[in-house]
Design a protein around this ligand. Structure first.
Ligand SMILES: Nc1ncnc2c1ncn2[C@@H]1O[C@H](COP(=O)(O)OP(=O)(O)OP(=O)(O)O)[C@@H](O)[C@H]1O
Length: 267
């Protein structure tokens, strides 16, 4: 049987009572209120919630891109609140992978140069075997000399995924990774993310508005008004959409469109 201590050790990321307040005085906004959440090693979690519920703020605090006003964040066993800015930058480079909706590749660098950039920045000698393995997993072996502008959107996102995996990070944070892709390409990217968890025991935390994308996760965590608002294990797109409706999401047209997408489950 696991003790709670064992479970904590098996967490890639832990937030303890994290609050984030923007602004001062009358313009003060509490974007997160005492949020406590853990993300177990080798799991895929989707984070969802209505617009303004604190998803981006959560992602920024959990990934060490912003400092909480109070509370603490632990990544791969390191308490981020104990780090100065240089140490935090180093930890982000070495221990955290990022995947963004807009891919964020460097246009003048080739596929291979983009993939190995985090290693260069960290001053690490590339592990050729690992790079070959990652390149094969994302299916880009034939494209390594191409520029991002010569690739499709789905291929560009696969480069970004390879770049996120190449440092063997403790956790990969993905922010709407399929938001700019058509549904078929989105499905391929989500299957690849799922494989990185199932086959390489990567830990993945993905913020999304899309119930179909969330259905690829092991768990969906819901936020509302900056606080934990429940979770679903082994989610289906329908169950996620129903929970989001109850939380008062889909009040604007964009989000209603997202829920109107395939009702039968996955892409
Ligand atoms: N830099 C900032 N300064 C002031 N308030 C902010 C700032 N960033 C976010 N907020 C406020 O904090 C709250 C949470 O915002 P956040 O962007 O984290 O929500 P979200 O769930 O990601 O929203 P969306 O789904 O619309 O992207 C909102 O009320 C937002 O207006």
């Amino acid at each position: 049987m696991h003790t709670s201590q064992d479970l904590r050790q098996a967490e890639a990321v832990r937030l303890d009572a994290v609050s984030k307040i923007y602004g001062r005085g009358d313009s003060k906004v509490a974007a997160l209120h005492g949020l406590s959440l853990g993300f177990a090693d080798g799991t895929f979690t989707a984070v969802m919630g209505p617009s303004g519920s604190g998803k981006s703020t959560f992602l920024h605090c959990a990934a060490g891109l912003a400092r909480p006003t109070s509370g603490r964040v632990v990544v791969g066993g390191t308490d981020l609140s104990g780090l100065d800015d240089d140490q935090l930058t180093k930890l982000r480079r070495n221990r955290i992978g990022f995947i963004f909706q807009a891919f964020n590749l460097l246009p003048a660098l080739t596929v291979m140069e983009n993939i190995t950039l985090p290693l260069q920045l960290a001053g690490e000698r590339p592990d050729k075997g690992l790079i070959r393995n990652v390149v094969q997993r994302v299916g880009l072996a034939e494209r390594l000399g191409h520029l991002p502008s010569e690739l499709s959107g789905g291929q560009q996102q696969r480069v970004a995924i390879a770049r996120a995996l190449v440092t063997r990070p403790a956790v990969v944070f993905a922010d709407e990774p399929t938001g700019a892709l058509d549904t078929r390409t989105a499905g391929a990217v989500l299957r690849l993310l799922r494989e990185s968890v199932d086959n390489a025991r990567q830990t993945l935390v993905m913020v999304t508005h899309d119930p179909v994308a969330a259905s690829y996760a092991d768990r969906v965590v819901f936020l509302a008004d900056g606080a934990f608002a429940g979770e679903l294990l082994r989610p289906t797109a329908e169950a996620v959409a129903a929970r989001m409706t109850r939380l008062g999401a889909w009040q604007d047209d964009n989000q209603r469109q997202a829920v109107a997408q395939p009702s039968g489950g996955r892409y």
